[in-house]
Write a protein that binds this ligand. Structure first.
Ligand SMILES: *Cc1c(COP(=O)(O)O)cnc(C)c1O
Length: 384
């Protein structure tokens, strides 16, 4: 009997593919069709939430990039940070976190962890004792960011990891700034490296995603179960955009890095600038730690201007043509933001006498000479 329209519209679906393409197919699928009923409850992949071809290829690539045991994807960088930390604690545990942590991650610790019965102690990222003084008997996780993405303070990663290993705690490192290219936290002994793929991995400001990279099987198992329980998944279109970005990551990062270095060095000579917070400059307080553990510096840094009224900062920002005013970073376009409204750490703790406005620069892939010309013109507006 000929099938009716409503039936054949649903069942006429192309089967195989013509030829393999360079890139994995974007499969938009919640449902996987199994050819044998015996496999429905088998160990293989049976449901789209656990990822399809694109997500699997993205995980494989990230695994290799940071020498991870396993990678779990999340719908955003914040979700990946929450997954990494949330997987490793239970009610009654204690967490130590670097004071300069990315704001939303810090908020996760303050609000969500405390609602789960987990206490967080925030510590100065430059504490010389590897945070030993902040440990309690129930400390299970130490959360670091390398470096903090506003103030560019870098904790002593090896020192903190050593103490954590002695105390039986796991270390989670937010590795977004190095994009997993310039720093390999798992090789240093961290249990988890987290990346907001939204930033450098994606590289085009057009997709959200995060990755939790586990260094050992036990940690990966905890992350796996928590990811399942929280129902975290990353859609195929975003995963595809992130995978596409990842292909050119080393090349882009080289250019971000070289241009940022050039612009940071230019800014350091300007009379309007009090301090440049760029880790590859030897006037950065954490330069030696950076040189020991990193293979490069990416394109994000900050500058403290000499004190000027708020209105002058607004004039400066609004006079820029090539720098966009926008949060986030890691894309091909240059961006800049004044940071003071979102600084949680008291200035006196880390900048000593420097009290002027803090501006963060994301250096994109434009020609650096054009960016410098744009900055030169806008800096002139500070003293109008
Ligand atoms: C942006 C960012 C995140 C969060 O990433 P989203 O994808 O925006 O949620 C986490 N950590 C750092 C250091 C970031 O810069």
């Amino acid at each position: 009997m000929k099938r009716k329209t409503a039936t054949w519209l649903i069942h006429r679906r192309a089967g195989g593919r013509i030829h393999p393409t360079v890139n994995p197919p974007i499969e938009r699928g919640s449902t996987l069709l199994l050819s044998d009923a015996a496999d429905l409850y088998g160990p293989g992949r049976t449901y789209g939430r656990h990822g399809l071809s694109v997500q699997a290829e993205l995980c494989d690539a990230l695994c290799e990039l940071e020498a991870a045991e396993a990678v779990h994807l999340a719908p955003s960088g914040v979700a990946a940070c929450a997954l990494a930390i949330g997987a490793l604690v239970r009610s009654g545990d204690h967490v130590i976190a670097q004071d300069s942590l990315y704001g939303p991650t810090r908020r996760f610790c303050e609000r969500r962890l405390s609602a789960m019965g987990v206490d967080t102690t925030f510590v100065d990222p430059r504490a010389a004792d590897g945070f030993a003084a902040s440990y309690r008997d129930n400390t299970k996780v130490v959360v670091l960011e390398a470096p903090g993405s506003l103030t560019f303070e870098l904790p002593d990663l090896r020192g903190a990891i050593d103490v954590a290993q002695q105390r039986g705690a796991r270390v989670v490192v937010d590795n977004t700034w190095s994009a997993g290219v310039y720093l390999k936290p798992l090789k240093l002994g961290a249990s988890v490296s987290v990346q907001a793929l939204t930033k450098y991995a994606g590289g085009h400001s057009d997709a959200f995603g995060g990755a939790v990279l586990s260094g050992d099987r036990a940690t990966a198992g905890l992350v796996e179960r928590t990811s399942q329980d929280w129902g975290l998944t990353l859609g195929p279109d975003d995963a595809y955009a992130l995978l596409k970005g990842l292909r050119t990551l080393p090349l882009r990062l080289e250019r971000h890095s070289a241009s940022a270095q050039k612009i940071a060095d230019w800014l350091a000579l300007r009379s309007e600038v009090d301090a440049v917070l760029h880790l590859s400059r030897d006037d950065h307080p954490d330069h030696a730690l950076w040189a020991r553990d990193f293979r490069g510096a990416s394109g994000l840094f900050s500058v403290i201007l000499k004190p000027v009224p708020d209105a002058a900062v607004i004039r400066f920002c609004n006079a820029l043509n090539l720098f966009g005013l926008g949060f986030s970073w890691g894309g091909y376009e240059s961006l800049l933001i004044p940071c003071d409204p979102q600084l949680r750490r008291r200035r006196g703790d880390w900048t000593n006498t420097k009290t002027g406005p803090l501006i963060r620069f994301q250096i994109g892939l434009e020609d650096p000479d054009d960016l410098i010309a744009d900055l030169e013109k806008a800096l002139g507006r500070l003293s109008d």
